[in-house]
Write a protein that binds this ligand. Sequence first.
Ligand code: SF4
Length: 472
Amino acid sequence: MPSVNNTIQLITRAEAERQGTRGRPGRAQESCDDDLAKGPWEFDLAEALAGTPGYGPGASNADTAPVETPRQGQLPQEYKDASDDELTARIMAAKAELGDRVVILGHFYQRDEVVKFADFLGDSFQLANAAKARDAAEAIVFCGVHFMAETADMLSGAHQSVILPNLAAGCSMADMADLPSVEACWAQLEELYGTEPDAAGRVPVIPVTYMNSSAALKAFCGEHGGIVCTSSNAATVLEWAYERGQRVLFFPDQHLGRNTAKAMGIPLEHMPLWNPRLPLGGNTPAAMDNAKVVLWQGFCSVHKRFTTAQIDQARADFPGVRVIVHPECPMEVVDAADESGSTDYILKAVQAAPDGTTFAIGTEINMVNRLAAQYPQHTIFCLDPVICPCSTMYRIHPGYLAWVLEGLVRGEVLNQITVPEATAVHARVALERMLAARPRSVQERAERQAAARDRRGTAGVREPAAAGAPGA
Ligand code: SF4
């Protein structure tokens, strides 16, 4: 079965239908941008000539890239000219020569042509942790986007270098919140709410950043009593935050924040949206008085594409279809879907489903099509009938992977991502708080058990020895 990128090539040559490429059953194949058929290096060059960064073709094409966005220098011509087979041979040869000295990590949203070389495939946090499991690797090649490589750098050993094959692989959502804007917001919130805790010891605001943010913002959270969350643990993290604070500043993804807070029972009128370009985020003081969660006005351009009309169409075409969407989708889409969850949740749902289940999935197309290929016992298609991959994930191509791996073989570390230790030390605090946070039910059970142990200890009552235990 052709990959997403092969399908895009076929679409631009109007051959996709004739060759029976997979996609939404019964729908014509269409991509959102013919430029997706080009090599990503064409956009490195275009940006160099224009002097402005961009995200390239795909879902975030229309987003404005900040001027400080890293730019990728020119990929040597030999990698641009190489055929797919030649690149495969060169990557395999470099991998074999490097052996355990290198580990390649592939995000779920990467193209199949890159994922096939990955030692680990997963979401950003799973991959950052996977790097730790390969301590012998001197180099971690992260086929994902910039904030993921930063997290891997902060969680990996000092002897390991983290490499991002194309520096232009950022994340438009992560770029929607930068440190100066968040600091300016924080100053206004401090002026509004003060800094003193209430009678229960809860501070006025706890900052919570989504994993999809720069290391500088994770460090801001670490320094200001805040925490990081992922799409899997956002509810647990908000519970953690409300135990310590009266309200939350959630950035950069408004949709994950809103969907999570709403599921926890927080009314929408207590969730003002913060536009960083306007005083008080564009809100009245009265609206801010009621705030339980202040939502940063950021979004993912991939997940913003999903609509309730697509869900209606899927249900009309496939009665009984199971609709699962990612919580980065807008609230009305999450509300209309049967289920919502992280990439890991989606994967496990597909794995656990009885044979013959039909799924309409609202997340990035590379992951959805890979699931369709790996689980042929089901009918799986992307809720969005238009093929529109993440623009920045698209910037990683096997040509860049071959280039950085052959650099390592020569002893040259190309495109290293390094987080300054002054930032990393605070960012790790916010990450560690996340790792220690437990869902309330688990937390309460642990506290009850600890209290029971304390009571027994005070009363001098010995814990009964387990049968078969030493000393029993
Ligand atoms: S899918 Fe969305 S959140 Fe993920 S890297 Fe792409 S733009 Fe960023």
